[in-house]
Design a protein around this ligand. Sequence first.
Ligand code: HEC
Length: 132
Amino acid sequence: MRPIIKTIIITTGVSLFLIYSGYLYSHLPRGEKPLNTLADQGKMNWQKYNCGACHQVYGLGGYLGPDLTNTYSKKGADFITALLKGGTPVMPNFHLDDSTIHTLVSYLKDIDATGKSDPRTYTINSDGSIQQ
Ligand code: HEC
C-alpha cells in the first residue's frame, strides 16, 4: 500500500475517533439529578454494610439477592423498612437503627428515580447510546 493511502486512512480514523469522543463527552448526562444529603448518607451506609455484595443497583452488584433499583416503587418504603428491621430467613438482620434505615430507604428512593433495572425497557438510539 502506498504511504499516502496509509496516512489518509490513519488520519481519517483518528479524526473520526476524536470527533465521536468529543460528541460523547459533551453529551454526558452530568448533574441532571444530584443525590440529596440523606440519600448520600444512605449510599455510605449501603457501602458500610456491604449491601452490594448480594444486591445489584442499576444491574451491578452481587446476585444472591434481587436487584434493588426499582424496589422502592414496586414495594414501597414501609416494606423496605420492615424487611430491614426484621431480616428474612435468607437475608441477614443487620440490627440497624431507625435513622440508618431511613437513609437506606432514601437512597433506594433516589436510585429508583434515576434508573430502571429491566434492560428490556431501554430504547437503543442510532448512536449506540440508550434512552430510558
Ligand atoms: C448476605 C446477602 C445479603 C446482604 C449482605 C443484604 N441482602 Fe438484602 N436480600 C438478600 C436476599 C437473599 C433477599 C431476598 C429475601 C427473601 O426473598 O426472603 C434480600 C432482600 C432484600 C430486599 C427486598 C427486595 C424485594 O424486592 O423484595 C431489600 C429492600 C434488601 N434486601 C435490602 C438490603 C440492604 C439495604 C442491605 C444492606 C444493609 C442488604 N439488603 C444486604 C440478601 C442480602
